[in-house]
Design a protein around this ligand. Structure first.
Ligand SMILES: [Mn+2]
Length: 239
């Protein structure tokens, strides 16, 4: 452990990766400028690691290496995407550092489709079948999700994965795959932050990601929502 590099004020290390690993609709791949504009306004966060998009097909492996290095340094990784496929790269690293078996996913979709390839709509199918993770979902309104499994042992560490399309498209439209919210549901920033906070109160959050945001076409109001979201996640996972 290199304690000299870890300050109590800033335990969270952002890893910016403006790349769509598998999305057919590009959007979150153009996020570098949006994250660059937003990160200086986030309190208690370390200097970001920016994954250079010229690495191309090597990016998923690079993300795994970066997350692993951040954990080895005693910090908490926060991956800022990019698309949801990248969460798998982060989970692979986290899974090799701690006994992790639960992911909390905020997302309109389950991203748990059976597919021969690992992509942004099969990522949690692979996280469950290959990494043995239980996925606990918030804000889901896509049909056909497999039920969450009851963990066999008490959870200690959890990972939080936030897809920006969790948010109600009436308030937040800068995503590639918006889904309307059902009348019985509330998927606003306040609900999201209170659920993240509750997860943080009950478990040690070992890492997280915010993905699928199309920052390049976000309004100022939407950028402020994402700023609050990232700050809330940082406050939760950096304590
Ligand atoms: Mn989604």
């Amino acid at each position: 452990m290199s304690h000299g590099l870890v300050s109590r004020q800033a335990r969270v290390r952002p890893i910016v990766c403006e790349w769509d690993a598998s999305s057919t609709k590009p959007g979150p791949s153009q996020n570098s400028e949006a994250w660059q504009e937003l990160l200086p306004r986030i309190k208690s966060i370390s200097k970001p690691i920016v994954v250079n998009r010229r690495l191309g097909e090597l990016i998923p492996a690079t993300v795994t290496s970066c997350v692993s290095a951040v954990l080895a340094n005693g910090e908490v990784p926060l991956l800022l995407g990019g698309d949801h496929r990248l969460s798998y790269s982060s989970l692979q690293a986290v899974n090799s550092h701690v006994d992790l078996s639960q992911v909390h996913q905020w997302d309109a979709h389950h991203d748990h489709h059976q597919s021969l390839t690992l992509n942004n709509y099969s990522v949690f199918h692979f996280a469950q079948s290959r990494l043995g993770m239980n996925i606990f979902r918030h804000g889901l309104r896509e049909d056909g999700a497999p039920p969450a499994q009851i963990p066999e042992r008490p959870e200690k560490h959890v990972y939080v994965s936030i897809d920006a399309d969790y948010l109600d498209p009436q308030d937040f439209a800068s995503v590639s795959y918006p889904l309307p919210v059902k009348p019985s549901m509330r998927c606003d920033i306040e609900t999201l932050l209170s659920e993240v906070e509750e997860v943080g109160r009950n478990f040690e959050v070992i890492g997280g990601d915010v993905v699928e945001w199309c920052g390049h076409r976000a309004t100022e109001k939407e950028k402020e929502i994402v700023r609050r979201l990232v700050q809330g996640v940082v406050d939760c996972i950096g304590k």
